[in-house]
Design a protein around this ligand. Structure first.
Ligand SMILES: *Cc1c(COP(=O)(O)O)cnc(C)c1O
Length: 263
């Protein structure tokens, strides 16, 4: 039954995903870049479980979440679904490998449970947090891919390292054996227009280039995680290689976000 409906008409989520992918491709072309340089991270904060399953079936292989507790709930469900699809579904029905991105503010006491679950942590903003990750990653004998979160607008966000302190912190991360610095992450202020957001993204790209010039992170240092539903085109214009998109795919707030607001 379900299959017949899907074949007859695209689901709302499939249509939204098409639109987002088209907008990414158009923004890339405008910037003289290739769309395949840009990874779409589907931020599942507001997604219902069936939407997560569907987006995996639509070929999205990168999922982002901002809270450790939610990641802990979601991953076993998603893994069970993937396992079932791989055993009983059609070949290629789901991506061969799904990567989880921790994109929200991370407290040190949550590092230990988080590490075994995620592939990327986008929100490193202090030496103490990095040291906590180094300690637990060493115990797991794992090298963790992290991005340094830059507070490039230096206003709204309480999170992210100040621009002036970012190079030094990146150099410190680069000495840690179980941490691989793969890039920078930033958020534009919520109230900004795309033009103002572009300024924040441009500034982050300049810091990124300065770090590259210092050879921080080596060849693995290649990601700029910037751009959300409201501003990802401006981010792509400034070189984003990862865009983190939630509401444009899944719509507005679900209970998880309300819980976050109530915290
Ligand atoms: C929620 C969130 C996103 C996605 O934002 P949308 O506006 O829903 O696309 C991206 N990045 C971070 C850090 C987030 O917390």
């Amino acid at each position: 039954m379900e299959g017949a409906i899907v074949a007859a008409r695209k689901s709302p989520l499939a249509e939204k995903l098409d639109q987002v992918r088209e907008r990414i491709a158009a923004a890339a072309e405008k910037a003289g870049r290739k769309a395949k340089e840009i990874t779409l991270i589907a931020v599942t904060k507001t997604a219902a479980p069936e939407q997560i399953r569907e987006i995996l079936q639509l070929g999205v292989a990168d999922l982002g979440e901002s809270r450790v507790q939610i990641i802990q709930q979601r991953i076993p469900q998603v893994n069970e679904f993937l396992q079932r699809q791989r055993t009983h579904g059609e070949p290629g029905a789901v991506p061969a490998k799904v990567r989880w991105h921790m994109i929200g503010h991370l407290q040190r006491n949550k590092v230990k449970p988080l590490l075994p679950m995620v592939d990327f942590i986008h929100s490193i903003d202090s030496l103490r947090l990095a040291e906590e990750i180094e300690t637990h990653a060493a115990k797991l004998d794992k090298k963790v891919s992290v991005l340094l979160e830059i507070n490039a607008s230096e206003e709204r966000s309480k999170f992210g390292v100040a621009v002036g302190a970012s190079l030094h912190l990146a150099e410190q991360l680069d000495t840690m054996e179980h941490i691989q610095l793969v890039g920078l992450m930033t958020m534009a202020p919520l109230t900004d227009t795309p033009d103002q957001a572009r300024f924040t993204f441009g500034r982050t790209r300049e810091i990124f280039e300065e770090m590259k010039w210092h050879k921080i992170g080596g060849a693995a240092f290649k990601h700029l995680s910037m751009g959300m539903s409201n501003d990802f085109e401006a981010a792509i214009a400034e070189g984003a290689t990862m865009v983190r998109i939630g509401t444009s795919l899944f719509g507005g707030k679900l209970e998880s976000e309300q819980a976050e607001a109530a915290e």
